[in-house]
Ligand binder design. Structure first.
Ligand code: KIV
Length: 271
């Protein structure tokens, strides 16, 4: 047995691995996690990317939106997650109002990386100017377009985005701008599958979808949703992987497999 083989299989994924996966057509399986135990379990199941999402404001803290989540919360949960994993790439969300100026964005991202151990930060919206300043300081960035949960008080409700042609055109342009500013990844949330396909084909960087169809380069879901822990109204892209699984580990492995083999999302999960 070659001990180095095991080592190399378990080595920490980097931003380069994610870019290679897109080039090679391998789908990227991503889930959220907020603590060390679930982080270790997701890692064991072979999840490629763990997102420390500000969705923790809802599923961990019991708030009705992500707006109350603070930078301290994100640093704390990022640290828990990065301690738990061995291989998975970790992205941390920049919370509401932690990137309203370039200076503030730099300080927030620095804390997520230095204290939280994040390998990349994610920010919502078309902020190419902020993305390029972060990238210039060596901070890998993930953009997030489509439904922007931090803007819920402007939107009024969580709903599909980019259905009107001008908004779709704008989203394509925003995605190109974010890529040009140096982002390494893009999340598209709740957008029509056809629009997500266009954006995924136009960008060189990997595009990760949530409610954005099958043609994205990978999928992300909230862990508590795939485990069917969350009660209340389910989004169209919801899929319970827990029912019929013997353990949480098995449910997560099924999710990973479904993403890799492109059996999730199915047409009924798409807009
Ligand atoms: O906060 C979050 O969990 C997210 C998602 C993309 C699911 O941003």
């Amino acid at each position: 047995m070659n001990p180095y083989k095991i080592n190399s299989e378990r080595r920490l994924l980097t931003v380069n691995h994610l870019a290679e996966m897109k080039q090679q057509g391998e789908k990227i399986a991503c889930l959220t996690a907020y603590d060390a135990s679930f982080s270790a379990l997701l890692d064991e199941a072979g999840i490629d990317v763990i997102l420390v999402g500000d969705s923790l404001g809802m599923v961990i803290q019991g708030n009705s939106s992500t707006v109350p989540v603070t930078l301290d919360d994100m640093v704390y949960h990022s640290r828990c997650v990065t301690r738990g994993r061995r291989r998975a790439f970790v992205i941390s969300d920049m919370p509401f109002m932690s990137y309203s100026t370039v200076e503030q964005a730099l300080q927030s991202a620095a804390r997520l990386m230095q204290q939280g151990g994040a390998q990349m930060v994610k920010l919502e919206g078309a902020h190419a100017d902020i993305v390029s300043c972060l990238v210039a300081q060596g901070i890998p960035v993930c953009g997030h377009l489509g439904l922007l949960p931090q803007s819920i008080n402007q939107l009024g409700r969580y709903k599909i985005q980019g259905t009107v042609s001008e908004m779709a055109e704008q989203m394509i342009q925003d995605a190109l701008n974010i890529e040009q500013a140096g982002a390494s990844l893009l999340v598209l949330e709740c957008v029509p599958a056809a629009l997500a396909q266009t954006i995924t084909r136009q960008l060189e960087i990997p595009v990760i979808g949530i409610g954005a169809g099958l043609d994205c380069d990978g999928q992300v879901l909230v862990l508590y949703d795939i485990l069917n822990i969350e009660s209340g109204r389910k989004p169209k892209f919801f899929k319970d992987f827990m029912t019929g699984s013997a353990s949480v580990l098995e449910a997560v492995k099924k999710y990973r497999q479904a993403v890799k083999k492109q059996t999730y999302p199915a047409p009924e999960h798409c807009y």
